[in-house]
Design a protein around this ligand. Sequence first.
Ligand code: ZN
Length: 343
Amino acid sequence: MSRALVLAEPGVLILETRPLPQPAAGEVRVRIAHGGICGSDLHYFLHGGFGKVRMRGPMVLGHEIAGRVDAVGPGVDGARIGQAVAVNPSLACGGCAECRAGAPRFCTDMRFMGSAMRNPPVEGGFRDHVVCTAAQAVPFAGVDLAEAALAEPLAVCLHAVRQAGDLAGKRVLITGFGPIGALCLLAARRAGAAEVIVTDVADAPLALAVRLGSAAALNTRDPAALAGVKSGRGQVDVTLECAGHPAAIADAIEATAPRGTLVQVGMLGAETTVPLTHVVTRELTYRGTFRFDAEFGPAVDLIARRVIDVRPLISARFGLNQAADAFALAQDKGRAMKVLLDL
Ligand code: ZN
């Protein structure tokens, strides 16, 4: 038998017992060991969804998952049984125009785990056993499998940093320092940024930012905190906006110097008013970033080799039967960065 953490309705998590799923041809079954709680999981948990994406019935959340292969379907090498893997939660169709154009993240028939974008939703990974294609189970050669649960958000950040162009020698601002901001800091430093400045509205994440190598960590609850960074026509070359909050977007635009690039990483819940004047007069490039494609494998490898060390981001771990506590803590940005479920 196999346990699954079901979000029955917003705020109500139920642990169900289900029959063991069996892998079909070309598939593997992964005994999930660790799952990270993401901001989108919290949106489903608190509000039943975000934007136009709403849960239509009970669903299993979770798309930041790692475990060990414990069964293989026909055509898959049996030597993979026991292998430690990070699970890529995205499965594109491979045949639509976006897939054929090399941008499967925009697949018109995307199956993304723990998402209600499709009806019925694709089941997420907060359960004992997940069946996926053999290619989605990416081998993890690191020491601690818990770290592999951060491969998915790191892939998001590697993709976001790529949107910003060459960061070598650049001065970078990151607005909003949750797990995505933190992984963007590590990715930006890895990409050669000369200096990374971080903002947030809570002190605990800013203290972590300093430990992780930010040149300055500024609390924007103080309206004057960013005065220096915004002075003149803006003092940074690249901004990664990870808060998804109107005030942070305004800061990001005002801080970015002429010909700079602003990457909108944070998701916006509703229509947002932002000061676009500087985008015009400074010729800023303001671009979005959405999930990831080829970055998943490199993210797994960077974490496994601890070239990007995600250990300082893991703030707490809970068993599946303590999921309510885990979801409560994950909402508390002053106390938690990445919260993991251990299955
Ligand atoms: Zn497709």
